[in-house]
Write a protein that binds this ligand. Structure first.
Ligand SMILES: *Cc1c(COP(=O)(O)O)cnc(C)c1O
Length: 428
């Protein structure tokens, strides 16, 4: 397949947009080459500017769980747009989507809508700090909670008790309030809590990690976090921006039967429009302005087009809960197929899956945290990525990303993908 026009468009973009992209993951930094420019998408397929059709396993990094240009969502947006695109005043639609979200997700009474997952996580942490009157948070190495300052902290020696900023522009003052722990390591968390008695407002976690590949929590990990939080007056924040309305109608809380204090949403909840949200029981949410002292606001928050898209998406998921089962079956089918062909080609690999999330790691050891995810062989991944691209299959241009299975993918698409992987992995 040729990607000539994409290359030209990228060169044009680089002149006026830093790195040619509006979000760094879209650039092909980790794999080399130039990004593909999309013209349109429908169902399981992307159509690019060179006229290629690609089977899409990114799906806008998660939102398009029912496939691209899903008609009820598109129609809802078109109809709303005719009535005005933004008012900065309340609409009935906001209550409708809020009520549906509260009904679908366990353990939340109220929800506030924002414009991105970043905003949701940032606001959730501010709320937790205001509510507990404590400053520090614990996050896990390899978990992504958006690009706000408190979260851009990486592991490293000496970072066990105090985080060190890993992006210039994040001040040491901010970094010192973010403590880093190892995913799936409860003892590590307990040690941090002991060393910072009565100072920790919240533990924020991806209850199923999806930003270092897909890493499900070990048995007892989330339950252990819940207990540590309850015992120490710490709020447990589930960042379900990726997993919410994806792994189950009620997210990981429902799937794995663990209760969070605050839950963050994004991606699927907006149906492909820029939406995030955070939610909790009333006692916590009432701490937000205008009821309470913690300030949080947004000119375009609850935007009618975004709410129309989100509502149509949630209604579709709410009215047909078999979707989640279907997605899980497709994921299992794909995983089994990949397992078979990679084994046949003597490739060293590990596959992680849960629900509609899957990642392939080029290392034999179990991938359970950031360190083990980082052990994967990136040279093999690069060949894998570019090989698949030539076959018309688009996975994320980074070994640290999860692939998303959508309802629009057919078993023929999955078989085509497995065959392509068989072909590509012969050359490893
Ligand atoms: C994508 C993501 C975010 C950030 O959401 P944006 O809408 O990109 O700001 C936060 N947390 C998790 C778990 C995510 O996957």
């Amino acid at each position: 397949m040729l990607y000539k026009r994409s290359s030209q468009l990228f060169a044009e973009a680089e002149k006026v947009i830093p790195g040619g992209v509006n979000s760094p993951v879209r650039a092909f930094k980790a794999v080399g080459g130039t990004p593909i420019f999309v013209k349109s998408a429908k169902g399981a397929y992307l159509y690019d500017e060179d006229g290629n059709r690609l089977i899409d396993y990114i799906n806008s990094w998660g939102p398009m769980i029912l496939g691209h240009a899903y008609e009820p969502v598109v129609n809802a947006v078109i109809e709303k747009a005719k009535l005005g695109t933004s008012f900065g005043m309340p609409t009935e639609l906001e209550t409708q989507i809020a009520a549906l979200a509260v009904a679908m997700v366990p353990n939340i009474d109220k929800i506030r809508f924002v414009n991105s997952g970043t905003e949701a996580c940032m606001s959730a942490v501010r709320l937790a700090r205001g509510f507990t009157k404590k400053d520090k948070i614990i996050k896990f190495a390899g978990c992504y909670h958006g690009h706000s300052d408190s979260f851009l902290i990486q592991a490293g020696s000496g970072a066990i008790t105090f985080g060190s900023p890993n992006s210039p522009g994040v001040t040491a003052g901010t970094a010192k309030d973010t403590l880093l722990a190892r995913y799936n390591d409860l003892e590590n968390v307990a040690t941090l809590i002991d060393a910072n008695k009565n100072e920790i407002a919240a533990i924020i976690v991806e209850p199923v990690a999806g930003n270092m590949g897909c890493i499900p929590p070990n048995k007892g990990f989330l339950e252990g976090l819940r207990q540590l939080c309850t015992d120490n007056g710490i709020l447990l924040i589930f960042d379900e921006v990726m997993t919410g309305f994806r792994l189950a109608a009620g997210g990981v809380q429902e799937l794995l039967h663990v209760t969070a204090d605050i839950v963050c949403f994004g991606k699927v909840i907006g149906g492909g429009l820029p939406v995030g949200a955070f939610a909790a029981r009333a006692e916590i949410m009432n701490y937000l302005a205008p009821l309470g002292p913690v300030y949080q606001a947004g000119t375009l928050s609850g935007n009618p087009l975004a709410m129309a898209a989100g509502l149509a998406m949630l209604q579709a998921l709410d009215s047909d809960r078999t979707i989640f089962k279907r997605l899980e079956e497709k994921t299992a089918y794909l995983a089994a197929g990949i397992d078979k062909v990679l084994k046949a080609n003597d490739v060293t690999f590990t596959i992680n899956t849960i629900g509609s999330m899957i990642s392939v790691h080029f290392d034999a050891a179990p991938v359970v945290d950031f360190q083990t995810a980082a052990n994967g062989d990136n040279e093999t991944f690069k060949k894998f990525f570019h090989g698949l691209l030539q076959e018309g299959i688009y996975i994320a241009p980074s070994a640290y990303e999860t692939w998303f299975i959508t309802d629009a993918l057919t078993y023929a698409d999955l078989d085509f993908t497995i065959q392509a992987i068989a072909k590509v992995s012969k050359t490893f």
